[in-house]
Design a protein around this ligand. Structure first.
Ligand SMILES: Cc1cc2nc3c(=O)[nH]c(=O)nc-3n(C[C@H](O)[C@H](O)[C@H](O)COP(=O)(O)O)c2cc1C
Ligand code: SF4
Length: 441
């Protein structure tokens, strides 16, 4: 019998050769001003060569004020099109599709760039963990950003890419509108679920008006928000339920969305996304200093992480709000199943996948149609080729230690779990291999 993992997946406007997608994973590979460079191309090619059916890109800002950190390539201007065309061509050379994630950070950002010290959001309230400040968007601001998403989709299409994904998950701007815990507006963009969904539905309609109906468009959504999962956020509201998200997905599909990518958690990072087997607070306190002046409580947090007792308390809280290590693989499947039952389009599920038999079962059981993988592919770029060769799991799997995540605001993205390598030098060689070939050979 044919292996379900390697069955092609047909969306309305796109066919992908197998059921494993590289999930979005951002890293500081590009230039300060948002122009792209060769390291980004090298990064994406690693996964295309390793056998994934499609790559869903990192966070790509559609608007200059929507950046979460400098050094991420943007798609906010026509002069970015040639770079994304080069990325697409490099990936296509390995028979792999490329879906670009259209993104806007809103108030949730790591390091503001020089030109945009303050974010914007559905609200004017600071985010409760880091204290990132923001301006409440006016209707004119909303219309400007909606148009920027549509222009981003047009540019992606002109670049010859295979589709776009709306980053509607993990606490960024679209979540800030959708979320019952964050959106406190009194106008037609706040209040009822229908009103909170208006922003993203406006975006979908604007994209369809701009690119037509024959270009792949999917939405990543945090199905359950768990907004008050952390003990220190217990006074916050819990946020959207999976039933509310299923309703939003039905509206999205009616408006022209071709697939749903199911994630979880109202922030990034969140104890459940990417769910960790541990939290290295010593490393956190080393790299979080990059954020020390980004929010009104980031310096306080830095001191907390540094303190022996307070750091340990935070680590414990974070892990308690997540899931046990042996439940990380497929932790979002129950939500994916609920959304799949609500909409007729294919469902991609993210969260911990790295075992062929688990992926096969999830598809066979009807929980999802495909999975997306981030960290286990960072650990083993050729994981899909290994599955194809008959291996069920990599010899040195991802341990979900989350050191890649903790390093990412400061150092190149890569696997920093030393126990997976023969030596620290071997680990660093692999991390730095993303700079080969160099931009100027
Ligand atoms: C370092 C890092 C960067 C990430 N960047 C993004 C991003 O830009 N956009 C996004 O939607 N998800 C992002 N994610 C989340 C992943 O796409 C994925 O959904 C999540 O890590 C769970 O999958 P995994 O267990 O396979 O890593 C990131 C995750 C990590 C670890
Ligand atoms: S550092 Fe490596 S092993 Fe740890 S979570 Fe990231 S990819 Fe997995």
């Amino acid at each position: 019998m044919a292996d379900l993992v390697f069955e092609p997946l047909a969306f309305k406007n796109l066919t992908v050769k197998n059921r494993v997608f590289r999930s979005n994973i951002s890293g500081r590979f590009d230039n300060y001003d948002g122009s792209g460079n060769q390291a980004r191309i090298n990064w994406e090619v690693k996964f295309a060569r390793g056998g994934v059916g499609a790559i869903i890109s990192s966070f790509v800002p559609v608007h200059p004020r929507g950046r979460i950190i400098p050094y991420y390539a943007t798609i906010d201007r026509d002069d970015r099109i040639p770079f994304w065309r080069a990325v697409g061509q490099a990936v296509h050379a390995h028979d792999c599709k490329f879906i670009l994630q259209l993104s806007h950070g809103g108030r949730q950002r790591d390091i503001p760039d020089l030109e945009h010290p303050k974010g914007q959001s559905s609200t004017d309230k600071r985010d409760p963990l880091h204290g990132f400040e923001c301006d409440r968007m006016t209707v004119a601001d909303i219309k400007e950003v909606v148009a920027a998403f549509a222009e981003g989709a047009r540019r992606a299409r002109e670049a010859g890419l295979d589709g776009v994904e709306l980053h509607g998950a993990n606490g960024y701007l679209i979540t800030q509108f959708l979320s019952s815990a964050i959106n406190d507006r009194q106008d037609e963009y706040g209040g009822s679920l229908e009103n909170r969904a208006r922003f993203v539905l406006d975006i979908v309609k604007a994209i369809r008006a701009k690119v037509g109906h024959d270009f792949h468009l999917q939405m990543k959504i945090s199905a359950t928000e768990f907004n008050n999962a952390l003990l220190i956020l217990r006074l916050e509201k819990p946020g959207n339920t999976v039933q509310e998200s299923a309703q939003v997905c039905q509206w999205l599909v009616d408006a022209g969305v071709d697939a749903i990518h199911v994630s979880t958690g109202s922030s990034f990072p969140h104890p459940r996304n990417p769910a960790g087997s541990d939290l290295d607070v010593e490393l956190l306190s080393q790299t979080y200093d990059q954020l020390a002046t980004s929010g009104t409580t980031t310096f306080r947090n830095l001191l907390l992480f540094h303190g022996h007792v307070t750091g340990e308390l935070f680590r414990k809280q974070w892990l308690d709000a997540g899931v046990p290590a042996d439940e990380i693989e497929g932790l979002t499947l129950p939500d994916a199943r609920a959304i799949k039952q609500a909409v007729p389009v294919p469902i991609i599920c993210t969260g911990g996948f790295q075992t062929a038999s688990v992926i096969r079962k999830a598809i066979a059981d009807g929980d999802c149609d495909a999975v997306s993988i981030a960290r286990p592919l960072v650990a083993n770029n050729d994981l899909v080729a290994q599955f194809a060769a008959g291996r069920d799991r990599a010899e040195r799997p991802c341990t979900y230690c989350n050191r890649c995540l903790l390093h990412v605001v400061e150092s190149p993205l890569g696997c920093y779990e030393e126990s997976r390598f023969p030596s620290r030098e071997a680990m660093l060689r692999e991390v730095l291999s993303v700079f080969q070939p160099p931009p100027f050979p």
